[in-house]
Ligand binder design. Structure first.
Ligand code: 3H9
Length: 692
């Protein structure tokens, strides 16, 4: 089967790209397209050319696996194909279904016309790989959409639905059926003898753009970019499109593409792209997932409501169960409000909101959910409460239903033991707010069956989540590591760093928020409760810094009380002498000598403990792969993807240095901070995670 099929339908040549899984522009595809276009040009009977994707999609972009390889650098480049398309003597039509992404959309932008089916989506997501659309995308897209929409599309990498792409001028027509629609369109073009101006020559939308627009865009994009450089470089390219002629603009884009390609963020983001896909795969798991058509959620609180929204958004009917109508009404009001906010922000439509709300029902009686394919319990983190719910579910749910618990820390096996069907029980940890956060950490119990695991892994993908699979243990993959990050941040305060310095370093590293600002936001009293439990299991000779508790005792519970680590006037925070006083008091009490820290020292001390604990998770099988840990931390805790995740970062930082830092931490903080045997071995042998 050739990568690009060639057939003639009346006067129309149809080039079908058939290169699973996603028709990426691999060498074979680029060669096939060049040959097909050449044949169509030479065939006097052909009067128009259609490019269409075989299988489930158009073209997902350049073949990422060919980047930097001999294959990637051989044969016709995407830019060469674009030149051929753009100046083709007969009309060229891109017929899009599935997704046209990256180089796929760039190629389509060089065709004379673009048609798509209504369900198609287009986008230039190169930014997520640390690069920019390097085959003319930064120069052609703004010529169709104008500057602001182009910058939005390219700096977010979002997939634009066909209807919006039509309104923005990216598409020329929506067709009911792909190939017949494209053929009919081509016939019309031939009949009308229509002439097309190549997109690259259309300058109307680029003329007279106020330079202040770019200053505004840089400001707003920089805030969201959190240290990623590609988004800012994309703006430079769009500005170049406005200020240069097409040839110079394309050359400028090419240079910038190469400079991004050479930057460290690119390999980190590409590693991360494949890490997300790898995390879905469980070695040795061959069981077929069950199809989930209906779900129940126990608990109408913030988490339960959020999970119901996630299910409904994916078209799965969800029944929320709570003890009385009042709790349900309150929960549904929050769900409705969340949707309304999304509609007002334009992130969803009224029609989608109505459809989703239509899928969410409520019940107070467990009998009403007995036939659901899955039930996700999302009540408070109290073991006895969860166990009593699981005993009730065991009594009513149909045989084979999946019984999932949304827990962030409790022992899944103990919950499963409350039922007579532990094989159907599994942990499904969503992050708050569930309808926003992308991570779904699934926790396999000792007795969870392969089919139960396969089902929740597949469900996560259907829900649009990034999934990882963890083994049952305290804190699972993510929270188990988190305590060392926050713990070391607190010790740093005792030793002389300030909350402001630690937060600034964490944010400069790329975290969305420093650890102390985060605590102030989420409520310090909540952290105190969690730590009360943790204190009970600390090994002898280990302590937790008491600064948190002392601040809470003084009524400083975080933003909600106007003071926590910081003092707040509205949302403005400032350093508070009372916090410094408490920190100094604790340091005196424990005889800790205070000193100043460099930012580099703080960065190493904050992030190294994540790597140390991550290595222990690999060692005891909590995580399957180092890259799964990275997926969990990027999606659940905001670790910057452009640093690859903590494990990727740690390997580049140097496992030997991480190991040294861990020994120092052990001496300072106690035995739990010591490097495990695996980390010590890899560090001594100069090896990396792949050798784990
Ligand atoms: C680019 O175009 C640069 C240009 O500007 C030109 C510069 C000169 N290449 O995600 P899935 C694999 S950069 C190679 O599970 P889905 C993927 O690894 C590119 N392989 O499916 C997986 O392999 P496996 C810009 C690719 O249905 C399999 O396909 N484009 C590529 O959930 C299935 O993928 C992008 O960034 C690729 N380009 O989602 C788009 N894409 O089965 C990236 C995918 O072995 N791709 N694979 O694990 C996506 O966003 C999603 O894959 C897509 C399908 C939405 C297409």
């Amino acid at each position: 089967m050739p990568a690009v099929g060639y057939e003639v339908d009346g006067e129309i040549a149809v080039l079908t790209i058939d290169y699973p899984p996603v028709n990426a522009l691999s060498l074979a595809v680029r060669e096939g397209l060049e040959a097909g276009l050449s044949q169509a040009r030479d065939d006097a009977a052909v009067r128009a050319v259609i490019m269409v994707g075989g299988g489930k999609t158009f073209i997902a972009g350049a073949d990422i696996t060919e980047f930097g390889t001999e294959k990637g650098n051989s044969g016709p480049s995407i830019a060469k194909l674009e030149g051929i398309l753009e100046h083709f003597p007969k009309p060229t039509i891109a017929a899009i279904h599935g997704t046209a992404l990256g180089g796929g959309l760039e190629l389509a932008l060089a065709a004379h016309v673009r048609v798509a089916v209504a369900a198609a989506r287009v986008g230039l997501p190169e930014v997520n790989l640390g690069i920019l659309p390097g085959a003319g995308g930064t120069q052609r897209l703004p010529r169709l959409t104008g500057v602001e929409a182009a910058v939005d599309i390219m700096t977010t990498g979002r997939h634009v639905p066909a209807a919006d792409a039509l309104a923005l001028g990216i598409l020329d027509e929506i067709v009911a059926e792909l190939r017949p629609g494209a053929v009919a369109f081509a016939r019309q073009v031939i009949a009308e003898g229509a002439k097309f101006q190549p997109v690259i020559e259309r300058n109307e939308k680029l003329r007279g753009v106020d330079p202040a627009v770019f200053a505004g865009l840089r400001k707003s994009v920089a805030k969201k970019a959190r240290g990623k450089i590609a988004p800012m470089t994309i703006i430079d390219c769009v500005e170049a499109a406005c200020g240069m002629d097409a040839t110079a603009g394309l050359r400028f884009e090419r240079e910038k593409f190469h400079s991004l390609y050479a930057n460290d963020q690119r390999p980190a983001l590409m590693y991360y792209f494949f890490a997300e896909r790898e995390a879905r795969k469980v070695p040795g798991l061959t069981a077929e997932p069950k199809k989930i058509k209906s779900a129940a959620v126990i608990g109408a609180g913030t988490m339960g409501g959020g999970i119901a929204m996630v299910l409904a958004n994916a078209g799965i009917a969800a029944t929320i169960v709570d003890i009385n109508d009042e709790a349900l009404a309150k929960g549904m009001a929050t769900v409705r409000k969340n949707y309304e906010i999304s509609v007002s922000r334009g992130s969803t439509s009224q029609a989608k909101m109505d459809a989703a709300l239509g899928l969410i029902t409520t019940a107070t009686d467990y009998a009403d959910i007995a036939q659901c394919d899955i039930v996700i319990e999302a009540v408070f983190e109290k073991m006895e409460l969860k166990r009593s719910i699981f005993a009730k579910l065991d009594a009513v749910m149909k045989p084979g239903a999946i019984l999932a618990t949304n827990t962030s820390s409790l022992n899944v096996d103990m919950i499963a033991a409350a039922t007579a069907r532990p094989q159907d029980v599994i942990g499904v940890h969503f992050f708050s707010p569930a309808n926003v956060m992308k991570l779904q950490e699934n926790i396999r119990g000792e007795k969870s069956s392969d089919q139960t695991i396969a089902t929740v892994m597949a469900l996560g993908k259907e829900l649009g989540k990034n999934v990882v699979l963890a083994r049952n243990c305290d804190g699972f993959i993510g929270n188990r590591m988190l305590q060392y990050y926050t713990g070391e941040a607190e010790f740093l305060l005792e030793q002389g760093a300030t909350p402001e310095q630690v937060d600034r370093v964490a944010e400069a590293f790329g975290m969305p928020m420093g650890p102390f600002t985060m605590r102030d936001m989420s409520g310090m009293d909540v952290s105190v409760l969690v730590r009360e439990e943790r204190r009970k299991t600390l090994p002898p000779g280990e302590r937790l810094s008491p600064v948190l508790e002392r601040l809470v005792q003084r009524g400083r519970k975080g933003q909600k009380t106007g003071k926590g680590y910081y003092r707040y006037e509205g949302r403005e925070k400032s350093i508070d002498p009372e916090t410094t006083e408490v920190i100094e008091e604790v340091a005196r009490e424990y005889g800790i000598e205070r000193r100043s820290f460099t930012d580099a020292e703080i960065e190493a001390r904050l992030f190294a403990p994540l790597v140390v604990e991550g290595a222990k998770e690999l060692e005891d099988g909590t995580a399957i792969r180092a890259s799964d840990i990275d997926v969990a931390w990027v999606n659940g805790y905001g670790f910057p993807a452009h640093k690859g995740g903590p494990m990727y970062w740690g390997e580049r930082y140097g496992l030997d240095k991480i190991c040294e830092l861990a020994f120092e931490a052990e001496a300072r903080n106690g035995p739990r901070w010591a490097p495990g045997p695996l980390l010590q071995r890899l560090a001594a042998q100069g090896k990396g995670w792949k050798d784990a």
